[in-house]
Design a protein around this ligand. Structure first.
Ligand code: ATP
Ligand code: MG
Length: 306
């Protein structure tokens, strides 16, 4: 190793430790409590669940928390047309194969195989976007809890292996469905929606612990976010993520400007930055004026900064 490689190796190891020490910050109540309990029931009953909900409602987070609670590995993959079975299971590293042949040492395991070997929770996001033959390659792991690894042999999954699919409701209705065969393996569907106002505000706080957000500021931010969910001009409204981002950006802007409080003006400004890219409007609607109008309507003209 030369000194650059050594420095990278040291820094990489530090980052790896940081990842294992990171604790999930999650508000577990209401729908999240229920989802958590049903996940436990499904696992105990040997059933594979799917979690359906719009983007950013906490589907991935709840799986991460579920894995963490039982001290298990959490691995995941997001489906799209380009995903191959080797992305799920793993593949041989050609350079190592030249030196060591087709042995385990030359094999880079994929997220599904890791979860099967270590007994982890495997989250498959948007499984319906996978090409059909890739979806079919999941039937054996999901149904028989075994998988054949090319040239290395068939393995039986560790008993802690727990696969879960997550999906958008929009995709569920769309043309890109889950293949019939795979859908037949998903026996239980857990729905997550936008949480109640008080709960969403609590979630925003949990995700901005270093800032002192007043109740007024949190109410204003929630008002903005929920307005996007009630607008007929908006196809994809603001997620919980967008609310967290507005809160964090507004708080940071207020700090930089030495403001005594996170006021309506600074929230409007932060919201404009965040919402312009966070929403999908119906065709024919110009995002920027629509965002400005929405912010003005919710916060009032005193908040319009531009
Ligand atoms: N119950 C909760 N407690 C704390 N934070 C939450 C909770 N639910 C959601 N969040 C926060 O909201 C954000 C989005 O959550 P997550 O990534 O799990 O959503 P998702 O449903 O998987 O989204 P996508 O469909 O885009 O994959 C994250 O920052 C997460 O920390
Ligand atoms: Mg996710």
């Amino acid at each position: 190793m030369d000194s650059d490689e050594l420095q990278f190796a040291i820094a990489f190891e530090e980052r790896r430790t940081a990842a294992t020490k990171e604790k999930v910050r999650i508000v577990i109540k209401e729908q999240y409590r229920e989802a958590f309990d049903i996940l436990e029931d499904c696992e105990a009953a040997g059933l594979i669940p799917g979690i359906i909900g719009p983007p950013g409602v906490g589907k991935t987070l709840i799986l991460r928390a579920y894995a963490e609670k039982s001290g298990r590995l959490f691995s995941w993959l997001t489906g799209d047309e380009g995903v191959r079975p080797s992305h799920l299971i793993g593949s041989f590293n050609p350079a190592l194969v030249l030196k060591k042949g087709f042995s385990l040492e030359s094999f880079d395991p994929g997220p599904l195989l890791k979860a099967m070997v270590f007994g982890g929770v495997f989250g498959l996001n948007e499984g319906n976007r996978l090409p059909e033959y890739v979806q079919n390659s999941l039937l054996e792991p999901f149904e028989e809890l075994s998988v054949n690894v090319q040239r290395l042999g068939r393995i039986k999954a560790h008993e802690g292996f727990f696969p879960v699919i997550t999906m958008n409701p929009e995709e569920m209705a769309g043309a890109h469905r889950l293949s019939e065969a795979l859908r037949d393996r998903i026996r239980v569907w857990i729905r997550l929606g936008y949480p109640r106002k008080e709960t969403e505000i609590e979630i925003v706080k949990v995700n901005a612990p270093e800032y002192n957000l007043s109740d007024t500021a949190l109410e204003t931010i929630y008002g903005l976010v929920s307005a996007t969910r009630n607008s007929t001009d908006i196809e994809i409204p603001a997620s919980i993520r967008a609310g967290i981002s507005i809160a964090r950006l507004a708080a940071q802007m207020a700090k930089r400007k030495n403001l005594k409080e996170i006021d309506a003006t600074v929230i409007s400004e932060a919201a404009t930055y965040v919402l312009t890219g966070a929403l999908r409007f119906r065709p024919g609607i110009e995002p920027e004026p629509a965002v400005n109008q929405l912010v003005r309507r919710v916060i009032g003209s005193r908040g319009s900064s531009k």
